[in-house]
Design a protein around this ligand. Structure first.
Ligand code: NAD
Length: 276
């Protein structure tokens, strides 16, 4: 039996789909790249840090050595630069001929992001440029590409927001919170606008996770415990738990899901008081 006939028999949940994942070099993006590849997608792992994007491709090759027909590639992009995002989508179309899934996941949490009075305009602008404009650019060029898809028509766009887009925190990071609230609003509107084109748009709202983005910031037990007490499940989330949700939103299993704020937050946004 040839390798290609074996592979033909393995039908993954994203079989033959082409996916771009931004921020693929770490955390949620890294785990999603591996899961999407496992499920049969061609993955373009895009990150501002090319080395980390290349590392995820290496990991995919190690984990799925038989998956020779489903090539995945690394790509360097700064999502805050419109021209670079445009080129990322053009590269994907040239390389793979179509785009089915756009996971706009790259984001930052700036160490000097603070409250209303103390947040510097430079921090505000940088955060908005990456977290919000980056998502807008990703949607813009993905929608253009997905409109050309025929079989299957349309596509799935997933934009990583956050629970802080849905609830206030007395540990403020104002620019981050505002950027994520805007991602939710933008995603909802795009979902409605493009629904008849079979382009689904959902925002993923993670709770606090054990990834470098948050753990670098919560660098003492006191800071960690200040948050843990509010989590019904009693622990921080793992990036792979977000990747599983992104996989569902990317796949045809979620064909009737659009315009949602898909919360994967350990019950955080549902809680008034939590178990002792
Ligand atoms: P992470 O820091 O582990 O990974 C983020 C990746 O994005 C990194 O590889 C980084 O190099 C890349 N990146 C940063 N700026 C970029 C740019 N301008 N262009 C392209 N790539 C860039 O973070 P994570 O925890 O996996 O977070 C992923 C997403 O989830 C972010 O949007 C974040 O805001 C969101 N989120 C995270 C948490 C959490 O607790 N970690 C909670 C809610 C939402």
């Amino acid at each position: 039996m040839s390798i290609s006939s074996v592979i033909k028999d393995i039908k993954g949940r994203l079989d033959g789909k082409v996916a771009i994942i931004t921020g693929a070099g770490s955390g949620i993006g890294f785990e999603s790249a591996i899961l999407f590849a496992r499920e049969g997608a061609y993955v373009v792992a895009a990150d501002i840090n090319l080395k980390s994007a290349e590392a995820v491709i290496e990991r995919i090759k190690e984990k799925f050595p038989l998956n020779v027909l489903r090539r995945s590639v690394a790509y360097k992009v700064d999502v805050s630069k419109e021209e670079e995002v445009k080129k990322l989508v053009e590269f994907t179309l040239k390389e793979f001929g179509k785009l089915n899934i756009m996971f706009n996941n790259a984001g930052i949490m700036h160490p000097h992001d603070d409250n209303c009075l103390n947040t510097d305009e430079k921090v505000w602008d940088l955060t908005m440029n990456i977290n919000l404009k980056g998502v807008w650019y990703g949607c813009k060029y993905a929608i253009e590409a997905m409109r050309k898809n025929t079989d299957p028509k349309g596509g799935s766009i997933i934009n990583t927001a956050s629970f802080v887009g849905l609830m206030g925190a007395a540990t403020p990071q104002l620019a981050y919170t505002a950027s994520k609230g805007a991602v939710i609003a933008l995603s909802r509107e795009l979902a409605v606008t493009h629904a008849r084109e079979n382009i689904r748009v959902n925002s993923l709202c993670p709770g606090p996770l054990r990834t470098p983005l948050l753990m670098d910031f919560l660098n003492t037990d006191e800071k960690k415990n200040r948050r843990l007490v509010h989590l019904p499940i009693g622990r921080f989330g793992e990036p792979v738990e977000q990747a599983q949700a992104a996989l569902f939103l990317a796949s045809d299993e979620s064909s009737y899901v659009t315009g949602t704020e898909f919360k994967v937050d350990g019950g955080l946004t549902a809680a008034y008081v939590t178990p002792e």
